[in-house]
Design a protein. Structure first.
Length: 307
């Protein structure tokens, strides 16, 4: 499999002279399999230049499989600008989760951003053969690539994707933060007998949830993981926002025996210099944990990784 990063930023695009090195487009990854399988992970603003390249380089567009981790704006906002949508011979299969509280299918959610109030071109102008499937935790094949999904810890229903081909594996987390005990954050633990019936095993539940994640990424060749925050930012200011800090990423890498890790979903306020300094801290901490710093990279737009 060959992976190319087209969008590495989180929350909102952040183009400009201070973000050239790591990029300003939001989440999008292209994976090409050994039989030219075309898989796109998320549709942030990075999907626009990807779509332009596919149209320019391919005499005949391949079947495109778009896997959405979740429908927050920074992971779907590039969809109306994805050029293959407007080609009659294009076949595009879109899969992803829909929020369980709203009783909406994935297609209903994605159609909203092309309503006239938000975008001048309507969904009726999309000429491609587009299919939609709302996903839960499941498994399926795309050509020779086997895909598994796992729910992540994020404020809306969100999926992590595990892709395997010929014994090589990639995991893309989308947005994910550690599971934690909601009842033990700056508050006294529940003390009366009634509350204990419900809450006394919360720590075990949290541990099991984090364990499921570690098992899902165990031994993967490449882990592309959400790392928006620093250890200083996360517990005091950002817990509950649905994103990880790099100290957790290092712990997961070591515990799961991950072979290589790419840290992505960079905070939009962080400049290239900020990310460089953050990377220095990460490499130093990795060495102290017995992790080879050479196995860790900061995600950059345009970078290709072969697995």
């Amino acid at each position: 499999m060959k992976l190319k990063l087209w969008g590495t930023r989180g929350s909102i695009p952040s183009p400009g002279p201070s973000t050239i090195k790591y990029g300003g487009n939001t989440a999008c990854i292209h994976i090409e399999g050994s039989k030219n399988e075309c898989i796109i992970l998320d549709a942030g603003t990075g999907i626009r230049p990807l779509g332009m390249e596919l149209v320019e380089k391919c005499e005949f567009l391949p079947a495109i499989h778009l896997l959405i981790s979740h429908t927050h704006w920074d992971h779907i906002q590039g969809l109306p600008f994805f050029e293959p949508f407007y080609f009659q011979d294009a076949k595009i299969d879109i899969k992803g989760p829909a929020h369980f509280l709203e009783e909406k299918m994935l297609k209903n959610i994605l159609d909203v951003q092309m309503q006239h109030e938000f975008f001048p071109v309507s969904k009726e102008h999309l000429k491609a053969n587009i299919t939609y499937e709302t996903l839960d935790e499941t498994e399926f094949d795309i050509g020779n690539i086997h895909v598994k999904s796992l729910f992540s810890n994020h404020p809306t229903r969100s999926l992590i994707y595990h892709l395997t081909e010929k014994g090589k594996s990639i995991v893309y987390t989308g947005d994910h933060e550690p599971y934690y005990n909601l009842f033990d954050v700056g508050k006294e633990s529940p003390s009366n007998e009634t509350d204990d019936i419900f809450f006394d095993d919360t720590d075990t539940t949290v541990s099991n949830a984090n364990g499921r994640f570690v098992n899902f990424i165990k031994g993967v060749d490449l882990l592309v993981i959400d790392c928006q925050y620093t250890p200083e930012e996360y517990p005091s200011l950002r817990r509950g926002f649905g994103h990880s800090s790099w100290n957790y990423c290092l712990d997961w890498m070591k515990e799961a025996g991950v072979k290589k890790m790419a840290l992505t979903h960079h905070d939009p306020v962080r400049t290239d210099d900020d990310i460089d300094k953050m990377f220095d801290n990460i490499r130093e901490a990795a060495e102290k944990k017995g992790i080879d710093p050479g196995k860790i990279v900061m995600a950059k737009e345009g970078v290709e990784i072969r697995i």
